[in-house]
Design a protein around this ligand. Sequence first.
Ligand SMILES: C[S@@+](CC[C@H](N)C(=O)[O-])C[C@H]1O[C@@H](n2cnc3c(N)ncnc32)[C@H](O)[C@@H]1O
Ligand SMILES: Nc1nc2[nH]cc(C(=O)O)c2c(=O)[nH]1
Ligand code: SF4
Ligand SMILES: [Mg+2]
Length: 239
Amino acid sequence: MSIAISEIFGPTIQGEGALIGVPTVFVRTGGCDFRCSWCDTLYAVEPRFKADWTPMSADAIMAEVSRLSGGQPLLVTLSGGNPALQPLTGLIELGHAQGYTFAMETQGSKAQDWFAQLDHLTLSPKPPSSSMAFNRSRFEASLAGAGDQTHVSLKLVIADEADYQWARGLAADYPQLPLTLQPCNPSPATPEQPELETDTESLNARLRWLVDKVTADRWFNARVLPQLHVLIWNNERGV
Ligand SMILES: C[S@@+](CC[C@H](N)C(=O)[O-])C[C@H]1O[C@@H](n2cnc3c(N)ncnc32)[C@H](O)[C@@H]1O
Ligand SMILES: Nc1nc2[nH]cc(C(=O)O)c2c(=O)[nH]1
Ligand code: SF4
Ligand SMILES: [Mg+2]
């Protein structure tokens, strides 16, 4: 079964969430069931870019990952688009047999029982500012899909006060899940403006605002992290 691939890049570091700083190769699938207002990866989302996505076998993907890593097993991060829409069981099995570990990023809108094969699952349900609705039963089916062996964490993008309040409520419902709050990049690159630079001043101000909120509320089990790759490389793609 072939997998729609937008890009494979690295090694770089995981720039977000629970595994921030960990060296990894990214495998980005093409196609998404969402269309978030501030998505920074629309070239892997919108159907008009389908022609840019390559159907690849698990063998071909692992060959490219191995070429990039110099044959050294490392963490492979599956992202997208929504990688949960792709048939990834065979890829994870093959990579594991070669010594690789797997993390995946998904919004929790499509559950799969093979989430339990992953080493790490980042669930990133979308706040009100995304204009996407939160579906609790799909989110809980995604959690259930991960079973009890996969490390699951939550990563919530925060653009404004409404997002913050939504995150407070969601986190209270799932106290067992490690949580990262990630300020929304207000000016991500778009297919129309791939060279757009983000305003690092305003990104920093959002980060400061978020830290002030969390500390004022004594919300001590939340972790606040920027997108490290955006701090390092701005909106550059493939890093
Ligand atoms: C591009 S998505 C791909 C994986 C999956 N579709 C998801 O949303 O989790 C990877 C991560 O980037 C985050 N993200 C996308 N656009 C962003 C932005 N403008 N600012 C901050 N984070 C953003 C998403 O919320 C998600 O956590
Ligand atoms: N370095 C780096 N870290 C990331 N974490 C999540 C990413 C994504 O686009 O899913 C991403 C990405 O594109 N690059
Ligand atoms: S779910 Fe992820 S990839 Fe899909 S539109 Fe939203 S941020 Fe972009
Ligand atoms: Mg990204």
